[in-house]
Structure formats: structure tokens, C-alpha cells
Design a protein around this ligand. Structure first.
Ligand SMILES: [Zn+2]
Length: 296
């Protein structure tokens, strides 16, 4: 009996429970459906190595590719009252929030604020996290953006925002809608201080975020093929009862129609941002070269 329980059973168990491949070794491209080796995909900044499709990247994965030597400082968001309306749909809002926080180690809310050096210049960044409750803007996100703006002004630094959101956080009702005005005022503070405010629109940027700070940049860059708009295409189509043109609400379409200044490949974002900030902040460069931006 001893020999069976101590020796044979563990061996059998190890054989049965061993997985041929770990679950997280491969990723499927959401566009061309090719299988990508996770390590290659991450090294390629979540861009498909077959078709070049830009898949969504979470803030903490994106930040190291933007700052000098991948080094930056994270600024915790100001504390705000959770669930002020005691909102409940199929679940309580505070339970939903806790669940999102437990699944999203590291972010804690739908916004990450960080500062660091970009080509030796102090830069403040605020990045929305679509994986955290759809990147929705509640009081915490609004408060975080105000903090990022204040930080940029205090450090005489440019503010760069990466947007990715489904809109306002409906569980916070009117309080989430108030963040549209608050973030607009925050952006204005940066502009009044004469500092650049640049927005990088990523997939997807919609709703209240696109109706506030995401559309107020001095310069708007967009990642290729990102959905950018206020209401979704189906809602618009049903309202106007007309077929929408191909590529509607995609980055390239918005570039053609003047809503976006440049569509930039993710690999070129850092250098483009560095160049833009230098053009906007160093008057001698902008005088001699003009404010030309290379599109991607
Ligand atoms: Zn692909």
C-alpha cells in the first residue's frame, strides 16, 4: 500500500496533470487570425508579425517603450469615494470595482499616470486602460487626469495622453458626466501654461472620453486602424438610416477628414512624440524647420 500511495500515485498524478503547452504561450491575431508566439508578440509591442495589426496594449506594457531606458515613476491616483450613488445593476458597483481590481493587478483603476524622461526631457503621461471596466471614466479617472495636468504644469512638462475608452462610467451617473468638464478644464490649465498637450488615440476611443479631453490635443496622433468616434456605427446607421462609408470611424478615415494629424505605427510613436515635443517646446527648432510632422 505504501509503495502504491507514495510512489505510484504521485507519478500517475504528474502524468495526468501535466499540460502539453501552457495556455499563455500563443496569441491569436484578432485581424488575420494567425497564431503568434507570445514572446515575439510582446517584443513586437503587441503588433501582429504577419499582418501588422495593432492589438490593444495595457498601460504598464506600453510605458517601458516610451520613456528613456524604460524608466518611469508612477503616480498613484488621488483617493475618491467609491460608489457614491450606491449603484446596482445585476451586481453592486463596488463589487464590480473590486472584481476588476483583483483581476487587474497593478492598475487599480482605468487610468495610469506616470512621469519620466523622454530624450532627456521630463514628460508626464496619462494612459487609459481599456481592460479595466472598458477604460470608463468615473471620478477616479477624472481626478487622475486633473492630477496629471497639475503635475505637468508644476514640472513645466508636456502632457501626453493615450486614450482607450468606452466612455463615461455609467455606474457613477451624473458624477461621471461631470468629469467631461473637469478634464476639459484640466487640459486648459496645461495650455494656459504654454505647455504641449498631445493625444494618442488608440483602439477604441469613444463616448465621453472622445467628447472631452481626447479631442482637445494640440496634436492628435492615432494608431493604425483604431476605432475613434462618439457613438458606435450601428447607432449612427440606425439614426440616419443611411449606409456608412467603408472604414468609417477608423484612424485612416479620420486622417483623411482632418480629425487626426497623423496615423503613426506603434514602433514609431516614441520618436514621433519626442520630435513633436521638441518642435513645440524649443522655439528655435520650430522657427527654422516649420511644424511639419511625418505621417506613418
Ligand atoms: Zn495579424
Amino acid at each position: 500500500m505504501n509503495w502504491l500511495t507514495n510512489f505510484v500515485r504521485p507519478k500517475l498524478r504528474a502524468l495526468v496533470s501535466r499540460k502539453a503547452t501552457p495556455d499563455n504561450l500563443w496569441v491569436k491575431c484578432s485581424k488575420c487570425e494567425q497564431m503568434l508566439f507570445m514572446r515575439d508578440w510582446e517584443a513586437n509591442q503587441h503588433v501582429c508579425t504577419h499582418c501588422g495589426h495593432h492589438m490593444r496594449v495595457r498601460p504598464l506594457k506600453r510605458l517601458p517603450h516610451l520613456f528613456d531606458e524604460g524608466k518611469y515613476e508612477r503616480h498613484p491616483l488621488p483617493r475618491v469615494p467609491t460608489d457614491p450613488l450606491k449603484f446596482r445593476d445585476t451586481k453592486r458597483y463596488d463589487a464590480r470595482l473590486k472584481e476588476a481590481q483583483s483581476k487587474n493587478e497593478g492598475t487599480g483603476e482605468a487610468l495610469v499616470v506616470a512621469s519620466g524622461l523622454m530624450a532627456g526631457r521630463t514628460t508626464v503621461m496619462a494612459l487609459l486602460d481599456f481592460d479595466f471596466m472598458g477604460g470608463s471614466m468615473g471620478t477616479a479617472v477624472g481626478e487622475g487626469l486633473v492630477m496629471a495636468a497639475d503635475l505637468a504644469v508644476a514640472r513645466t512638462a508636456p502632457l501626453i495622453v493615450f486614450s482607450a475608452s468606452g466612455g463615461a462610467r455609467m455606474q457613477e451617473g451624473i458624477l461621471s458626466l461631470m468629469q467631461l468638464t473637469r478634464t476639459t478644464i484640466a487640459v486648459r490649465k496645461v495650455k494656459e501654461a504654454g505647455l504641449p498637450y498631445i493625444v494618442v488615440l488608440t483602439d477604441p476611443t469613444t463616448g465621453g472620453v472622445s467628447a472631452s479631453f481626447a479631442m482637445l490635443g494640440d496634436v492628435h496622433l492615432a494608431e493604425p486602424d483604431a476605432i475613434i468616434g462618439f457613438a458606435g456605427p450601428r447607432v449612427i446607421q440606425d439614426t440616419i438610416r443611411q449606409e456608412l462609408p467603408p472604414g468609417f470611424q477608423r484612424s485612416e478615415y479620420l486622417l483623411e477628414h482632418g480629425m487626426v494629424d497623423a496615423v503613426v505605427h506603434r514602433h514609431k510613436l516614441r520618436e514621433t512624440l519626442i520630435r513633436l515635443v521638441s518642435l513645440l517646446m524649443d522655439p528655435r527648432i520650430s522657427e527654422s524647420r516649420g511644424l511639419a510632422v511625418a505621417g506613418g
